[in-house]
Ligand binder design. Structure first.
Ligand code: SF4
Ligand code: SF4
Length: 130
């Protein structure tokens, strides 16, 4: 799979992306022992595993090329993006920080399908009560 929005990278700046245990294991396995969990994530105040920033961008973001170094194995939340779950409104929404959301979600049915996956993921993988 290729990154269809190489010229942007806004979503990888000051990331607050939450990771699942599966995300962390997949990334560590991919680096075959050349990376420690503490290198790329930390436990947030809410107790979630969260992607670490390095100089205001995600640890895995290559600033010069605006590319994700782990695109094919990126965290599940990054795959869902720019569709996110708004906890205050209790619904999925396109993140307003993304300038090209319709590259990924061209219509309502695509959004609804992924929204079901997001809700399942939040409940079953991140153990978040909605
Ligand atoms: S998903 Fe949106 S914010 Fe992220 S790189 Fe693509 S266009 Fe930019
Ligand atoms: S893992 Fe990749 S897609 Fe996700 S925030 Fe980091 S650089 Fe961006």
């Amino acid at each position: 799979m290729t990154n269809v929005c190489l010229d942007c990278g806004k979503c990888c700046l000051e990331t607050e992306m939450i990771l699942s245990q599966e995300d962390v294991k997949r990334i560590i396995n991919n680096f075959k022992g050349d990376i420690e969990q503490e290198d790329f994530c930390y436990i947030s105040r809410d107790g979630y595993l969260q992607l670490r920033n390095n100089e205001h961008h995600c640890y895995f973001f290559e600033l010069s090329t605006k590319n994700c170094k782990i695109y094919d194995i990126r965290p599940q939340g990054c795959k869902f993006y720019p569709l996110i779950y708004d906890m205050k409104k209790n619904k999925c929404t396109l993140d307003e920080d993304c300038p090209k959301p319709y590259l990924f979600y061209p219509n309502k049915s695509e959004m609804e399908k992924t929204c079901s996956e997001i809700i399942h993921y939040l409940k079953n993988h991140l153990k978040i009560e909605l």
